[in-house]
Design a protein around this ligand. Structure first.
Ligand SMILES: NC(=O)c1ccc[n+]([C@@H]2O[C@H](COP(=O)([O-])OP(=O)(O)OC[C@H]3O[C@@H](n4cnc5c(N)ncnc54)[C@H](OP(=O)(O)O)[C@@H]3O)[C@@H](O)[C@H]2O)c1
Length: 257
């Protein structure tokens, strides 16, 4: 997620390429990233990457984050740096407690944020949720601007963050299942798998583009393709008999923390 964020930002304008710094323990991933994104700064030192950065994003596994917070916290200036975590399942309150455990004696807690993208950040099409204790609208606006370059982004409280993770971080897997089911159905109807997937993806993309461009409700678009007594309405009824809408709802409820 960290590499994808850096690579995505390197293609945009919200952050100067030369201002992007990425740290990893091993050199191999850094070399590959620097090869793809010439001009970004890479280092094997977390402290070197974090020192002086306006926004420090920690994109490590949950069992690693406390060690990284401990490592960088003494080098953070709370007056001008934001520390953000991408760790799924680490609420803002726990991030604050973790940061405070590792602050130097008497130091103020820096502004904190939890930033949850989905895997489509790799292609700059992530739906990203940002929970933060920053009240200043200019700063939150800048955070949103950065992550809107990588798809779309919205501010969320703790409840919305959990719901957003179910819908977007887990939901991307549910969308993949829909694509795979369409592909399998397409093969059943006589397409080769590659062509069936191509048709499924363009159909998904078209549906999303129609809703985004027109602002219409999905049901209005459905009405536009359902001729009374026609084949689409028969297909929709078959989907619901198989429990399609209930299955989607159950998946979201099952994956919400
Ligand atoms: N995947 C998702 O859909 C998704 C969505 C939202 C949030 N997240 C969260 O994002 C975080 C990262 O997930 P990911 O899928 O990107 O995992 P990942 O591919 O394993 O990336 C984590 C990176 O952190 C590096 N790392 C490990 N220890 C480090 C240390 N002490 N200092 C600096 N770098 C270190 C790892 O390097 P090595 O390979 O050398 O160990 C690796 O490159 C997770 O907490 C996850 O919950 C994921």
């Amino acid at each position: 997620m960290g590499g994808a964020t850096a690579a995505g930002l390197a293609q945009g304008t919200a952050v100067e390429r030369g201002d992007i710094r990425v740290a990893n323990r091993g050199a191999a991933k850094l070399e590959a990233l620097a090869g793809r994104c010439p001009g970004i700064f890479t280092t094997q030192s977390n402290v070197e990457a974090a020192e002086g950065a306006d926004l420090v994003i920690l994109a490590v596994k949950p069992w690693v984050i406390e060690g990284v917070v401990e490592e960088i916290m003494p080098h953070i200036d709370p007056a001008r740096q934001i520390v953000a975590s991408m760790v799924g399942g680490l609420p803002l309150g726990e991030l604050r407690e973790m940061a405070e455990r590792h602050l130097p004696e008497g130091a103020a807690t820096p502004p904190l944020a939890v930033i949850i993208p989905n895997t489509a950040i790799e292609v700059r099409q992530s739906m990203t949720f940002i929970q933060t204790d920053i009240a200043d609208e200019e700063t939150t606006g800048h955070l949103l601007e950065i992550f809107r370059e990588l798809g779309d982004a919205m501010l969320a409280d703790g409840r919305q963050l959990a719901a957003g993770m179910a819908m977007a971080s887990c939901g991307i897997a549910y969308a993949m299942r829909w694509a795979r089911a369409m592909q399998q159905g397409g093969v059943r109807l006589g397409f080769y798998p590659g062509d069936a997937l191509r048709v499924a993806l363009k159909t998904m993309e078209g549906a999303a583009a129609l809703l985004q461009a027109t602002g219409r409700n999905p049901e209005e678009e459905i009405d536009r393709v359902t001729t009374p007594g026609g084949i689409t309405v028969k297909g929709l009824q078959a989907m619901e008999e198989a429990g399609f809408s209930t299955a989607v709802l159950k998946a979201l409820l099952a994956s919400k923390r």
